[in-house]
Ligand binder design. Structure first.
Ligand code: KIV
Length: 299
């Protein structure tokens, strides 16, 4: 159960008001119904339908490949599970960079798919987009630090804000986002001292990923928590993996392959049988160990 209680769905204002509550907020990504069910049942406060779907689900190398239509598809699958957690949907690259009207329409399509808030990347530079969306009554979560949609401009997946100027610029970005009305801000891959400075400078919760323990909450990617990753993938140091799903899933499917090939799947219990009478009437021989089962065709 979310620490916010299960009776009422979690909303953006409740997340904003949780700043200083003393209990860190939890956000986990999900991209479809099964992953959303696990995150909600585990009691996370927020489900992020992240544009990381590009890499962890769709097999792309970066997040730049996903479109608003892709995001709508995944948000709808998550929302159909009717989670108690707040569903936050990522606005993908280029969906809020062109003009105000496109920005608002793209944000609205994520809300119509079932999200309760949207997230976008960037600070001072994106304040106009943030304001345009807020103007239509859609809650916005900010995201600064390592912003994967700027991967080419940043020159790779690198820790941000290590120098004094960069740390100050990030703090200015966070203050601008909070002043504009964002209800929370993701801080990705920044030194813990910078995350602490930002967290102490804004009146809204900061949600860290690779930003140390001084944030107001933490977010991780579902596939990272569960160890669902291609062989040879280098786990970032901020990921704590709680299971080895890729290994375990492969092992389970290997076992299925072996059972089919050995003729041990399906067993009699995994098979629909006719009664002996029907088998005889059809001139067939029944499975010796099947026995007569009523009704004539069992489930
Ligand atoms: O898309 C995503 O998964 C994210 C998190 C890394 C915060 O934006």
């Amino acid at each position: 159960m979310s620490t916010m209680g299960s009776a009422r769905p979690v909303t953006a204002p409740r997340i904003r008001d949780a700043k200083g509550s003393g209990t860190p907020l939890v956000m986990v990504t999900a991209y479809d119904a099964p992953s959303a069910r696990t995150v909600d049942a585990a009691g996370a406060d927020m489900i992020l339908v992240g544009d990381s779907v590009a890499m962890v689900v769709l097999g792309y190398d970066d997040t730049l490949q996903v479109t608003t239509a892709d995001m709508v598809h995944h948000v709808a699958a998550v929302a159909r599970t009717r989670p108690n957690a707040l569903v936050v949907a990522d606005l993908p690259w280029l969906s809020y960079h062109v003009n105000r009207e496109e920005t608002v329409r793209n944000a609205a399509s994520l809300i119509r798919a079932g999200a309760g808030a949207v997230k976008l990347e960037g600070g001072v530079k994106r304040i106009e987009a943030v304001k345009a969306i807020l103007e239509t009554e859609i809650p916005v979560m900010g995201h600064i630090g390592l912003t994967p949609q700027s991967i080419h401009a940043l020159g790779g997946f690198k820790v941000q804000g290590k120098e004094l100027d960069a740390a100050q610029a990030l703090t200015d970005d966070a203050i601008a986002l909070a002043d504009a009305g964002c209800f929370a801000i993701v801080l990705e891959c920044v030194p813990d001292a910078v995350a602490r400075m930002i967290t102490e400078s804004v009146p809204v919760p900061t949600i860290g990923i690779g930003a140390g323990r001084h944030c107001d909450g933490q977010v991780l990617v579902w596939h990272d928590i569960l160890g669902f990753e291609a062989e040879g993938h280098r786990r970032p140091k901020f990921v704590r993996t709680y299971a080895e799903f890729e290994r375990d899933a492969t092992g389970a499917i290997e076992q299925f392959c072996a059972d089919v090939r050995a003729g041990t799947f399906p067993s009699s219990a995994e098979t629909y049988h006719m009664t002996d009478r029907m088998t005889e009437a059809l001139g067939l021989y029944g499975d010796a160990d099947a026995g007569a089962v009523e009704p004539e065709l069992t489930k």
